[in-house]
Design a binder for this molecule. Structure first.
Ligand code: BMA
Length: 851
């Protein structure tokens, strides 16, 4: 530290700060966070740094660089990745840590590559690559001989990952689709078809000093083995490090979801010197099961464990759930099913693919995690797939999924590429798998580990072997490397560390161009979008589990305003192009819009129409998948969210603003839906229900014609069973006079006066609709329960978008259809006051009237 004033100031701050970090008495392991007093040394300056953090966010904070997401800044900021920054911190060790038998320095995540020095001693010298070479690993060093009772200096020297990739690639026996393969670093940092290139570096997770003696708890797991009648057979696993052979006492306490202690257990356990894994069987009477969203409550138990040796102790507390979960892949008439069975009940999966919420993941706040997971829950989802090109998520993500009943399909971080198979790389992957499995395995939400994203598909279908000029021997060797990672190392680590879930080597199981993909395994159906096939193909191409399919749309206008200047706001402008990463993105949006919608001239209208188009196409897919629930196990659309403001497949943009699709998904993921179709002059209405029990209901169907006259099509009582049922067939001849392109059908399913499901349906494609110029009436209600917007429309409306100028209007529903005379009350979620004169609207009616 060069500045003496700063130095004495820090000394004054550090000691009381340390005392507040150390909550346990001295006989317990002591943890001292090294989260303050960090500086980042650039070639000629020293700036304050944040840990956890990264070089980009530190430079933003120091006002050295502008917002990397603004306009075309991405291009001009590529130099940041080549900075080779040095992070430094000086600290004093709490005296009690210095008294412990064991003293270690633990890095929960360093992004990558970096050499670490403590008081000038190189910690990383003997590692493979002589550095920290995997951002997904936890690194721990014995520092007992290195800590100083006075001031200590820790410095982390980062170096350019891309340069290292090129060096490794140059001497490799084959070329890979992308040389990022050589670095164990979040693949999407190197750019994606929805993401910019920011190959960042930094200390992205906490750093701590740990001092302990005799014993330390280093891992935990909780597994439900069986649920029978009124009890659950479970097993608690405690992993303990011991400095010697010794006896220990373990005390367990289990607290049920209503906060009552239901079980206490004390056992004596002989410990070996080193690592111990202790399995403790626990029978829990009248278990309150963990259910996913829509199937029941996500009940959580609290487990407290304490361990005492001769003169030292350790303890932990965590929340978990009682549930069994199985991925069935049972041979059947057409191939094999792909179905998740939770607590013995087959559950139709409804959800989306999740990507990191930011390019600089350290700046995603707790509130952002909470908001996003709640948005997923409120959209009636029961699963998120943590996609393999991002990161293994932070604890908060899995905790929130546990609490909100969202199952997690967890990919290992390998995507759309080939990877090396030398022993050093395999060992690196093995440790990465071990660290992450052990970190998250106890979460009841964890449903499946999956080896990779689209590598098997790429190998067989994307022509890599030819385009990269592989010989037969090359191909054999590359494929053996693939087998080693995805069929050996990863499944071995899963069974070794008791992940408690199934393992699926690659998603999808088979490429979408192959017939088998429809009959077994999971499917990424990209014939729509990549293959430019019409949306109707979704109806034919429903596989056994739809783990990806999607279509792009522009983000909210407010988001576009946030990253651009007025002169950027036209299609294909340089500013907009930076925020469209798919090479054919604009062309495909236009092709599909031409097929099904009219193409507006105005940029604002185009943004609106792109969102309506996305909601229309993906809505068609979801209905098709749900109608096929007897053979299809679930549907996860691509993609829930964005990592920056961009034109992409997401339903929520970077700021969490909802596209039309997100509202559509919420309607279509309800437990019961009533899809309709108009084929061969016949209206067919289905009831698709995920509800565990059958129920009685009343269905009413009305058609409103071009003159807003209504024709009652059905009004009958029925029993709705779990599954997909055709409930009405109404031929055109029974309806009377109406114009197909100017009518709307409205169906409502009720149970004892309560609305269960409703649906608005148009008989023609949006582009053919000839609807009146709408004149909806709006009203604002502010009362103690909140602020509300009322809407009433005298005319039929397709896709009413209600918005404000220069402000995102956050409504409980939007981009919806209305039949003539319909009234709706929407909740306004904005904090700002919204008044009637601020309300603007758009609709397909208006787009179609433009000429
Ligand atoms: C899927 C994903 C991503 C990609 C998306 C859209 O294949 O796995 O790799 O961003 O398609 O192209």
């Amino acid at each position: 530290m060069k500045n003496p004033v700063l130095k004495s100031l820090l000394f004054l701050i550090i000691i009381p700060f340390l005392a507040s970090c150390l909550q346990k008495p001295a006989a317990y392991p002591l943890h001292q966070q090294l989260s303050t007093n960090w500086q980042l040394e650039l070639t000629d300056t020293l700036i304050d740094a944040k840990v956890p953090g990264c070089v980009h966010t530190d430079l933003i904070q120091a006002e050295i660089i502008d917002d990397p997401f603004y306009r075309g800044n991405e291009d001009s900021l590529q130099w940041v990745s080549r900075l080779n920054p040095v992070y430094q911190c000086t600290f004093r060790v709490h005296p009690d840590i210095l008294k412990q038998e064991q003293q270690s320095l633990k890095f929960h995540g360093i992004d990558t590559y970096a050499k670490a020095f403590l008081n000038g001693h190189e910690l990383t010298k003997n590692l493979n690559d002589s550095c920290l070479n995997n951002m997904f690993r936890i690194w721990e060093f014995d520092v007992k001989q290195l800590l100083d009772p006075g001031e200590n200096t820790l410095s982390i020297h980062f170096f350019d990952a891309e340069k290292s990739d090129s060096i490794k690639a140059a001497s490799h026996f084959v070329q890979y689709p992308d040389q990022r393969a050589f670095s164990r670093k979040a693949p999407y940092q190197y750019n994606w078809d929805w993401g910019p290139k920011f190959v960042t570096s930094g200390i992205w997770k906490p750093v701590e000093l740990i001092g302990w003696s005799e014993i330390q708890i280093v891992g935990k797991n909780f597994i439900t083995k069986k649920i029978t009648g009124h009890s659950a057979e479970t097993e608690m696993i405690l992993e303990i490090e011991s400095t010697k052979n010794q006896d220990a006492t373990i005390k367990l306490e289990i607290i049920n979801p209503s906060n009552k202690e239901i079980l206490q257990k004390t056992i004596q356990e002989p410990l070996d010197s080193g690592f111990n894994s202790i399995k403790i069987p626990l029978n829990i009477a009248d278990p309150e099961l963990w259910w996913c969203n829509g199937q029941g409550k996500a009940k959580l138990y609290t487990i407290k464990a304490a361990i005492h040796s001769h003169s030292n102790s350790d303890m932990l507390e965590f929340r978990t759930g009682i549930r069994t979960l199985e991925l069935q892949q049972i041979p059947d008439d057409e191939g094999k099913n792909f179905r998740f069975v939770l607590n013995g009940r087959p559950v139709f999966i409804k959800g989306a693919n999740y990507i990191p919420q930011d390019n600089f993941t350290n700046r995603t706040s707790e509130d952002q995690y909470k908001k996003l997971i709640l948005q997923a829950k409120n959209t009636n989802m029961n699963m998120l797939r943590v996609w393999g090109g991002g990161i293994y998520e932070n604890e908060i993500f899995y905790n929130l999924c546990d609490e909100n009943g969202l199952l997690v399909w967890q990919d290992f971080m390998f995507a759309c590429n080939l990877y090396p198979g030398d022993s050093a790389f395999l060992e690196n992957v093995r440790y990465e798998a071990r660290d992450n499995i052990r970190r998250i395995r106890h979460h009841p939400s964890l449903a499946l580990w999956c080896g990779n994203n689209e590598i098997k598909e790429g190998w067989y279908n994307w022509g890599w072997q030819k385009s990269l000029g592989y010989s037969v021997e090359d191909s054999t060797r590359v494929w053996e490397d693939y087998q080693d990672i995805f069929h050996k190392v990863l499944p071995e680590e899963i069974s070794k560390w008791g992940a408690g879930t199934g393992y699926h080597p690659s998603s999808p199981a088979n490429g979408w161009g192959r017939e088998i993909s429809l009959h077994e395994g999971d499917l990424h159906y990209w014939g729509v979008w990549w293959g430019a096939q019409p949306f109707e193909m979704y109806i034919e191409k429903t596989g056994r589990f739809m783990s990806e399919y999607g279509f792009q749309a522009y983000p909210d206008m407010q988001t576009i305003q946030d990253f651009s200047l007025p002169e950027d706001r036209y299609r294909n402008s340089p500013g907009m192009q930076t925020h469209q990463k798919h090479p054919r993105g604009e062309e495909l949006i236009e092709t599909y819009m031409q097929r099904d919608f009219q193409i507006p001239k105005d940029f604002d209208d185009f943004i609106y129409a792109s969102q309506m188009l996305q909601a229309y196409g993906i809505g068609m897919a979801i209905e098709a998948h749900r109608k096929e629930m007897a053979r299809c196990g679930g549907t996860l659309y691509w993609q829930l969210n964005d990592c920056w403001p961009v034109i992409s497949w997401s339903s929520l943009d970077y700021y969490g603003r909802q596209k039309a699709l997100h509202h559509q998904v919420r309607r279509l993921f309800k437990n019961t839906i009533i899809p309709m179709e108009w084929i061969n002059d016949t209206l067919r209405v289905y009831a698709v229900s995920d509800t565990a029990r059958d129920f009685d209901a009343q269905i009413r169907i009305t058609l409103f014609d071009q003159n807003n006259e209504n024709h009652q099509l059905a009004d009958k009582k029925m029993r709705v069973q779990k599954g997909s049922n055709l409930i009405c067939e109404i031929p055109k001849s029974e309806i009377g006079d109406f114009e197909e392109n100017a009518s709307i059908v409205y169906a409502a399913l009720q149970n004892a006066g309560q609305s269960i499901a409703e649906n608005h349906f148009f008989l023609q494609k949006p582009k053919k609709l000839k609807l009146q110029n709408p004149k909806p009436k709006f009203g604002i209600i502010n009362n103690e329960t909140g602020n509300f917007l009322t809407v009433e429309s005298p005319e039929t409306i397709y896709g009413l978008h209600i918005y404000c100028d220069s402000l995102y209007l956050d409504l409980s529903d939007n981009y919806f259809d209305m039949y003539p005379g319909e009234k709706k009350t929407l909740k306004i979620n904005n904090e700002n006051t919204i008044t009637e004169d601020m309300i603007l609207f758009n609709s397909i009616n208006q787009i179609n009237l433009q000429k």
